[in-house]
Write a protein that binds this ligand. Structure first.
Ligand SMILES: [Zn+2]
Length: 168
């Protein structure tokens, strides 16, 4: 995607789950139903296999459906794809829940560990790792000090609160 500003919040969630490559297809399918994969491949300028691969990623998220029709001349099936945005709200809830869990884990880990780093803050190690390195920074060799992580915890807690408050 060249123009990131054009990605809306729905597309952002989809990109988080599958990668930005699918967004071109999403944008096209949002405007038109029942598009054949050959047409889609043409529109996104990729070969049909790659296009199918992207469609399957969306299919696994339950965001697209297909119908198939037999091509009378060639005898094979052609798949026509349609976007199903109604599953997005469920997906969003799941993503939000995951983020909340991750933040809680991070906060817990910050509170339950002692953290060490050198003056240059090359790397951050918990006490177990720091002991392994004899309290010397593995990057620059300087002595590592215990870090005051109260600001970091405050920031994470604010982030968590914000996330829990948001209705999206
Ligand atoms: Zn260092």
């Amino acid at each position: 995607m060249k123009n990131k500003a054009k990605i809306d919040s729905d597309e952002k969630i989809i990109a988080e789950l599958t990668g930005e490559k699918v967004l071109e297809i999403v944008k096209i399918l949002k405007k038109k139903k029942n598009i054949s994969e050959f047409r889609l491949a043409e529109l996104i300028k990729k070969d049909v296999n790659e296009t199918r691969n992207l469609l399957y990623q969306l299919y696994h998220l339950n965001l697209v459906s297909f119908t198939r029709k037999k091509d009378k001349e060639k005898g094979w099936y052609i798949y026509y794809w349609t976007f199903m945005p109604r599953n997005l709200s469920f997906i969003k809830k799941k993503v939000k829940q995951k983020k909340i869990e991750k933040l809680r884990e991070q906060i817990k880990s910050e509170k339950n560990n002692y953290w060490f780093c050198c003056d240059d803050k090359c790397v951050r190690l918990d006490i177990e790792q720091a002991t392994t390195y004899d309290y010397r920074c593995p990057e620059c060799g300087k002595i590592m000090q215990q870090e005051d992580n109260s600001e970091r915890i405050k920031k994470l807690e604010a982030e968590l609160k914000e996330l829990q408050k948001s209705k999206k």
